[in-house]
Design a protein around this ligand. Structure first.
Ligand SMILES: *Cc1c(COP(=O)(O)O)cnc(C)c1O
Length: 474
């Protein structure tokens, strides 16, 4: 059965362009309710199929209002990037080419594109030349990849072959960290470390882990090799652990130092901000994202491991029916997946579209915009700045109408700003208080967006004030 692809792809292109054209004017957040979406999308699955272009037209209509317009330049919730034009186009072609990027023999070009992307990223992050890498679905899986290598290496150093013997009965690996992202806990769970292996050390939310604290904790382990998890860019403050100071301490104690740099590692592109990640290259492994600051479409993350052999030992699987290539790099030797999307193409496009200067400009502009937004908000009544942006993340709290901290009011204001629709923010609990996060990682965000954002927040505050006054009258 051969079908003509043209009508359905043209339908997709037309709708894609329309979506992108309207992106700047549509409310940033979703507008459809849960019930509406279920009513529109959870249809009866019929015995008879439908023409492809009708499926696409109907899909576009049905998701209306249910998409979060997160590629918009004024989307500041969580840490979410948009898609650079070439990365989006390369992603379309990736699906068109439909390559299985598990092995060189199955898709030579995908394998070589990944080699190029790995090399460029190592250059950008200035990681040691012998560092191995894997293109994975996100920072979560980058952690899992890196820490599988760490587990293999730490246990091998104690005469335990985890790939053959498993975790049951193995020497325990203590895990030390300060501020950490939730994906760390899930990685430890997936890899069989268990929650009890994790020791969270007291840490300053902005300055990070203290050297003396880490030194003492490692000394108390009396030579038991540990895993030390460090942060390059905390989701709330953008704060960095002092890597230049902490990693050598970990190494002195035969520990494995892993860096969570989901977005923070990208400061390496900027002479203005790179000092924050100073000493990063001394670590054993690094995890970061492409779908955040590089503005590659979902999903895209990168794992890097300085102990390449441990990385390969933990992932490689040689089966007789596969055609392993000795000279080329087979992604399945380095990746947790087997069959996999050729996600290298989108990264390849993004890195080439931006060039070194473009990545630098993007990072610096986003940091500048985050600062401008926090400064703009700080000039409004009853706004308290909780954390000035160090890079592209900031925190403010909306004080109640009486000028006192109020978690409830803070969350009401965020909801009102999102309803107003000029921009979209999310909340967090930080130091025991509800706050609003300002997170800027979209390639399109400009000073003009900052001005529109502040004006939108003012309108939301005004409308809440009127509502409050009205409710007091009646
Ligand atoms: C987003 C994020 C992660 C998880 O990344 P995913 O791509 O969502 O898997 C981990 N650490 C930090 C600091 C993050 O910001």
């Amino acid at each position: 059965m051969r079908k003509d692809f043209a009508p359905v792809l043209q339908t997709a292109l037309r709708n894609a362009l329309e979506y992108l054209k309207g992106l700047d004017d549509r409310p940033v957040g979703p507008t459809a309710s849960l019930d509406e979406l279920r009513a529109k999308l959870c249809k009866e699955w019929k015995a008879e199929g439908i023409a492809g272009e009708d499926v696409i037209t109907d899909l576009v209509q049905s998701v209306e209002g249910g998409l979060n317009n997160s590629p918009n330049a004024r989307f500041y919730a969580w840490v979410i990037g948009g898609s650079l034009p070439s990365a989006l186009a390369a992603d379309w072609l990736t699906s068109t080419w439909d390559q299985n990027a598990g092995m060189y023999a199955v898709s030579p070009a995908s394998a070589i594109v990944e080699e190029a992307v790995g090399a460029w990223l190592k250059e950008l992050f200035r990681l040691p030349g012998h560092t191995s890498f894997a293109l994975v679905t996100g920072c979560q899986m980058a952690h899992a990849t890196c820490l599988a290598a760490a587990r293999s290496w730490l246990l091998k150093n104690q005469g335990w072959d985890v790939e053959r013997q498993g975790m049951a009965g193995s020497p325990q690996i203590p895990v030390l960290c300060g501020v950490r992202h939730a994906t760390i806990d899930r990685t430890l769970r997936l890899l069989g470390f268990g929650d009890t292996s994790l020791e969270v050390l007291p840490s300053n939310p902005v300055r990070g882990l203290d050297a003396k604290t880490l030194e003492n904790a490692l000394s108390e382990l009396r030579g038991k090799p540990a895993l030390v998890l460090l942060q390059a860019g905390d989701v709330n403050t953008g704060g960095f652990d002092n890597l230049a100071e902490l990693i050598p301490i970990a190494r002195e104690h035969a520990a494995w130092a892993h860096v969570d740099g989901a977005f923070g590692m990208w400061v390496m592109a900027s002479p203005q901000y790179e000092h924050l990640a100073r000493g990063m290259e001394l670590a054993h492994s690094w995890a970061t994202d492409g779908h955040k600051w590089l503005n590659v479409p979902y999903d895209c993350g990168y794992a890097f491991v300085a102990e390449a052999q441990a990385h390969r030992d933990s992932m490689s699987y040689q089966a007789s029916y596969l055609s392993h290539q000795s000279a080329a790099r087979d992604p399945l030797d380095w990746n947790p997946e087997f069959s996999r999307r050729a996600r290298g193409f989108a990264s390849y496009a993004a890195l080439r579209e931006l060039g070194r200067n473009g990545v630098r400009e993007l990072v610096e502009r986003n940091c500048e915009c985050a600062k401008q937004i926090v400064a703009g908000l700080s000039r409004l009544k009853n706004v308290e700045v909780l954390s000035e942006p160090i890079i592209n993340q900031g925190l403010v709290a909306f004080l109640g109408p009486d000028g006192h901290p109020s978690d409830e009011w803070n969350d009401r204001v965020i909801a009102e700003i999102d309803i107003e629709g000029t921009s979209f923010f999310s909340g967090t609990t930080w130091n025991g208080r509800r706050a609003m996060r300002i997170s800027v990682s979209n390639w399109q965000t400009s000073s003009e967006d900052v001005a529109r954002t502040i004006a939108g927040v003012e309108r939301a505050l005004e409308s809440l004030r009127n509502e409050t006054v009205a409710s007091q009258k009646f």
